[in-house]
Design a protein around this ligand. Structure first.
Ligand code: SAH
Length: 234
């Protein structure tokens, strides 16, 4: 599928599509200074970052009451920024522990006058204990941050009870899913759906995993800074 065909199949509103292309330009200028992504050309950035982020739109009708979204480990702003452009009524918060990345996202947000984006600097293990953020978000998105047992511990701290965690993964994750059984039980996060999608130009097939958190998170989670990674729940 060519890029034009993919765009047509997604039926992106022309004004939003213009904003997405503007994002590529502004983001690549930041990237030249900071090395935020491996996708350095307009074409690869469009497919690998923008269209990959927008796979979320295939499932967005499952979240009719979504008012808030937290993108955990947003890095240079993916999937945060494309989703903020496409979903202007949702307050989209990007969290990252690296100051230079959050500063870059803030500059992009300012340059593009994105009104519905908030930026949050800090570790998930710490911010997930602050009453301002704990169990406050309808949806948590998370792409390329860690393996499931680790990322679920981070994400479960932020998502409301009955909220959803949406995880970007490759198609070869059977072992990782198997190894996340204990984490899913301890964190009350249940896998409710998988959504496979395909990107053009050799990017191939990928999937979104959708988890629902069914009970309040136990007070012992998330564990201290670095512990979820050093001693994953598995
Ligand atoms: N989601 C982006 C970036 C992925 S890189 C994308 O797909 O392009 C992973 C990011 O997660 C890094 O920027 C890193 O700083 C952040 N990160 C990793 N562990 C974290 C933690 N415990 N708390 C906050 N941010 C974390």
């Amino acid at each position: 599928m060519t890029r034009a065909e993919y765009d047509a199949s997604m039926q992106i509103d022309p004004e939003k599509e213009r904003r997405l292309h503007e994002l590529v330009t502004v983001f690549l200028a930041e990237n030249a200074k900071l090395n935020l992504t491996a996708f350095r050309t307009e074409e690869t950035c469009w497919i690998g970052n923008i269209l990959d982020s927008l796979s979320f739109l295939d499932i967005v009708s499952d979240f009719p009451d979504m008012k808030s979204l937290l993108d955990l480990g947003t890095g240079g702003g993916f999937p945060l920024l494309p989703l903020a452009i496409m979903l202007p009524d949702v307050i989209c918060t990007g969290l990252d522990s690296m100051q230079k990345k959050i500063a870059a996202v803030e500059r992009i947000v300012q340059q593009m006058s994105l009104q519905n984006v908030r930026c949050l600097l800090g570790r998930a293990e710490e911010l997930g204990r602050s009453p301002q953020h704990r169990e406050q978000y309808d949806v948590v998105t998370i792409r390329a941050v860690a393996e499931l047992p680790i990322l679920l511990e981070y994400a479960a701290a932020f998502v409301k009870v009955k909220g959803r965690i949406v995880v970007w993964k490759s198609m070869t994750i059977d072992k990782e899913l198997q190894e996340s059984l204990l984490a899913r039980a301890e964190l009350s996060c249940h896998l409710i759906a998988k959504h496979a999608y395909e990107l053009s130009e050799g990017f191939g097939k990928r999937q979104l995993l959708i988890f629902e958190k069914t009970s309040p998170l136990l007070p012992k989670f998330p564990r201290g800074v670095g512990v979820p990674k050093k001693q994953p729940l598995k």
